[in-house]
Design a protein around this ligand. Structure first.
Ligand code: 5GP
Length: 114
């Protein structure tokens, strides 16, 4: 199986603007931002998408959410607010088959999403 673009970012084969990293997750700025702040938080483990996550992934997924909150705070979004989005599958517009959490902020969001 060929490496996904996000695996190449984890492996430092292609560059990204890193916002946070530890042994379980990597956060980096989206190349095509949809808000003034648009960061992707990904597990280093190559989980394809939420629907493919397994019970043993609960630690890394919980960790990912906690770190999404931390990155949001570090980027100054704690008071103003932010949105976390996981696109899962075709109807959601998932383009990269490596689980990722979109962290969006810095502007008012609309609801429902498009
Ligand atoms: P999806 O549509 O799968 O939920 O989101 C994939 C996201 O990855 C998109 O927002 C897209 O802009 C971002 N993306 C795709 N390729 C790259 C890349 O090479 N570098 C970075 N930083 N983001 C990327």
């Amino acid at each position: 199986m060929s490496k996904s673009i996000f695996q190449k970012i984890i492996d430092r084969e292609i560059p990204a603007k890193i916002a946070y990293e530890d042994d379980l997750v990597l956060a980096f700025h989206d190349i095509n931002p949809q808000a003034p702040v648009h960061v992707l938080i990904i597990p280093k483990k190559p989980i394809t998408r939420i629907a493919e996550a397994r019970p043993e992934d609960h630690t890394v997924l919980g960790h990912l959410l906690l770190k999404a909150g931390l990155v949001a705070a570090q980027l100054g979004l704690k008071e103003s607010g932010f949105r976390l989005v996981f696109n899962n599958g075709r109807d959601a517009g998932e383009a990269v088959p490596h689980l990722h959490c979109h962290l969006l902020g810095g502007r008012a969001m609309t609801w429902p999403p498009g």
